[in-house]
Design a protein around this ligand. Structure first.
Ligand code: T1G
Length: 698
């Protein structure tokens, strides 16, 4: 037997304790250990029941995801679940922490299930581009019915013990040590003569309109296929025998295992955990953080203050005038009311946060005891330098001074203080209390423990923090500027903004680039183009058609007119007929004869521009690894998660084909399509972006 399963006897009960830290993933050794332990219990004289428990903080977190993509190793999980269920002994699972995926499937193979009140169950395989592959789609509907099972399986959501009890998935909820409450429950069952209850022998799930359900789930998946595939697996639980249903589930599971989407989503799973693992943070102790200062109470400042309050920090927010301070307090209260309405906080908590934890003032001296300040004022270097000069004068020694700037030079900001080692960039994304991405921008002189504190703050705020170097736009906005320009070039050359938006939504983006521009505000891009104009290279193609609209004061959703026309109160707009006129005028001026674009070419050009700039960002060390770019685009820019990120997409489609396309496009516009040196080197060496991620993990 492996050391992964501890086998102990308690009178007529054999206890199988899974010991595979940190979360009892069902590795091959655990599966073999459970199989052997079941054999041992059945041969163990006097044993009448088996209790399965997990050591540590979880019952079982699921199949061992690190085994995916490798040759399957016996015993496989569906066979193990069926083996447990077929035991002549009474088998009980005592669940605590999480029981997810294969972990829940093991429990469904047991005959009875008891759970801690704080326990959570779930079948999150769709988040990995898969479906439950060890009987979950066949057993759960037999216990909980089709509707609730489809909700759990297609959403991948976690379900609390009380709800699991209502669903009939768990038979008992009891507080206490999982083994102790499990043993007591087994004794009760044995005493009352409870019999084995194989879930597979329960009646098949009732029929529903499977095709309508499949189509609805497919539509909702926005290009992701595993949730809809799960519908077909549950349909098998309704229409086929259990054995045939298991075979159908296995076929569908193995099909998904071979998809790009499974590759992309598992890459995302591990990357969002790896992105915070940086050699430079090893052994570095973050500074203590209790009180956070925020300068500026506009949308960003109020969002940052809200995020800090919700994470348990005291907040001191500074505005320039009493009216502005009161308006900021109102914005923060509005944000917190949203959390109250969504049940994230109680009324009592709301009152504490708005009346005690939050201080809004016009006096910088109110900041004298804070541990870190985030500046979120107007994106102008002179304004920022003035603010940092004042912060440097009033904040205590060791207080970290952070800027929320989205592109300005943090080195230059640091130089405006006497403590450049305490200065860092913390680039939040709007709305700051909702968006998960945080770019931690490290300046030349930023001290290691200040970087570590930036990551610690990000973790405390529930963010995905990515380390960025200093350049115009850091990681995300620099790459955005490039692929956004590629889209503008396609408009000038003949593609409509609306065709481009649709092509990219069909690729998997929540919104296309022009709808996003209308949402963010066309004035932002307009100001950027004006800011960059003095340094522009003569070979740069910079469309000006949209500037004409900005000059008329049309900035998108906030003014009701942009690429789209917006009726009051409606978020979705209709194409603005002015755009085609403005584009035609510019095409005429430039002597361009518009040509048609296919959706495939639109996506390809857009993605190649994104990957090419990203490769430059990694090559210059602005991003430490390709996975850092993937996480930035996933958590800050709505990149479709099932591709794993632009770098993973490029690895999947093949770097050689991406480079070949870039070089072909360069024949039309050598300036814009200069191939990234890193991309050329990887192709020459026959390596991938993921190889670079692996190099960095060594
Ligand atoms: N396999 C391998 N490693 C795992 C793992 C798993 N299932 N789950 C977590 N880890 C690692 C993780 O990479 C990290 O490693 C450490 O454990 C702590 O995780 C047949 C096919 C359980 C809620 O999708 O949701 O079963 O970075 O940092 O925040 O139907 O991990 O420390 O080296 O996330 O407390 C289904 C995935 C699998 C659950 C804990 N199960 N895991 O969260 O810690 S597919 C899942 C989670 C399946 C069957 C199918 C979370 C967690 P490192 P962590 P956490």
């Amino acid at each position: 037997m492996t050391d992964k399963i501890a086998y102990t006897r308690h009178d007529d009960v054999a206890v199988l304790r899974i010991q595979n830290p940190p979360v009892n993933a069902l590795s091959q050794a655990v599966r073999q250990g459970l199989w052997d332990a079941m054999d041992r219990a059945e041969a163990d004289e006097g044993v009448r029941a088996v209790l399965i428990v997990g050591e540590g903080r979880a019952f079982i977190a699921g199949a061992d995801i690190t085994e995916f993509g490798k040759p399957p190793m016996e015993p496989n999980l569906p066979a193990l679940c069926t083996r447990i269920e077929a035991s002549p002994l009474l088998v009980v699972a005592s669940m605590h922490g999480v029981s997810l995926g294969g972990g829940l499937e093991i429990a469904l193979g047991a005959h009875y299930r008891i759970a801690q009140p704080s326990a959570r169950i779930g079948l999150p395989e769709v988040h990995l581009g898969l479906i439950p592959g060890a009987g979950g789609t066949q057993r759960l509907p037999r216990l909980a019915g089709v509707e609730k099972s489809l909700d759990m399986i297609t959403s991948g959501r976690q379900v609390k013990a009380a709800e699991a009890l209502d669903m009939g998935v768990v038979d008992r909820v009891a507080e206490g040590d999982p083994e102790a409450v499990g043993l007591s429950y087994v004794s009760e069952l044995l005493a009352e003569g409870a019999t084995r209850r194989p879930v597979s022998e329960l009646p098949a799930a009732p029929a529903i309109d499977w095709d309508a359900t499949y189509n609805a789930v497919l539509q909702k998946g926005r290009g992701q296929i595993s949730p809809a595939t799960a519908v077909r697996a549950v349909q098998a639980a309704s229409e086929l025998s259990f054995a045939e249903g298991m075979a159908k589930e296995r076929d569908l599971f193995m099909e998904l295992m071979g998809t790009d989407q499974r590759q992309g989503m598992i890459h995302a799973f591990f990357s969002e955990r790896a992105v915070g693992n940086l050699p430079e943070l090893k052994g570095v102790t973050p500074r203590d953080l209790k009180a956070i200062g925020v300068i500026g109470g506009g949308t960003m400042g109020a969002g940052i203050a809200t995020a800090a309050l919700l994470s348990g920090f005291d907040v001191v927010l500074i505005e320039m005038t009493v009216d502005a301070a009161e308006a900021a307090h109102g914005r923060i209260s509005g944000n917190l009311s949203g959390a109250l309405k969504r049940g994230k906080i109680s009324q009592e908590k709301f009152d504490t946060l708005t009346q005690k934890a939050l201080t809004v003032s016009t006096d910088y001296d109110s900041l004298k005891d804070v541990d870190l300040v985030v500046e979120a004022v107007f994106e102008n270097m002179d304004v920022k330098k003035e603010v940092f000069g004042k912060l440097d004068a009033v904040c205590k020694a060791g207080c970290i001074l952070a800027s929320n700037t989205s592109y300005l030079d943090v080195d230059e900001i640091a130089a405006a203080t006497s403590r450049p080692a305490d200065v860092i960039g913390l680039h939040f994304f709007s709305p700051a209390h909702i968006m998960k991405l945080l770019e931690v921008v490290v300046a030349e002189q930023t001290a290691p423990d200040v970087v570590a504190t930036g990551f610690a703050l990000g973790k405390a705020l529930g963010k995905i923090s990515v380390r960025a170097g200093v350049c115009d736009g850091f990681i995300g906005n620099r790459i955005l500027a490039t692929y956004r320009t590629a889209a503008d070039h396609m408009v000038l050359d003949g593609a409509s903004p609306y065709q481009i938006d649709k092509a990219l939504v069909d690729f998997g983006f929540a919104m296309g680039p022009f709808a996003v521009a209308d949402l963010a505000g066309l004035d932002i891009g307009w100001m950027t183009r004006k800011r960059k104009a003095p340094d522009r290279h003569p070979a740069e193609r910079v469309p000006t058609y949209i500037d004409r609209l900005c000059e008329e004061g049309h900035f998108g959703q906030k003014t009701g007119e942009g690429y789209y026309l917006y009726e009051a109160g409606k978020r979705a707009g209709v194409p603005n007929p002015k755009i085609s006129e403005l584009v035609a005028a510019e095409q005429a001026e430039l002597g361009i004869t518009p040509r048609p674009f296919t959706d495939e070419e639109i996506v390809r050009r857009y993605m190649c521009a994104m990957v090419n700039e990203a490769a430059k960002v990694v090559g210059e060390g602005i991003a430490r690894r390709p996975l850092d770019v993937d996480m930035t685009l996933l958590f800050g820019y709505g990149f479709p998660r099932y591709w794993g990120g632009p770098m993973k997409w490029a690895d999947i489609v093949g770097l050689d084909t991406v480079l070949a396309d870039i070089e072909a496009y360069a024949s039309e516009d050598a300036w814009f399509w200069q191939p990234a040196p890193l991309l050329k080197k990887l192709v020459a060496d026959g390596r991938t972006f993921d190889d670079l991620n692996k190099d960095a993990a060594k």
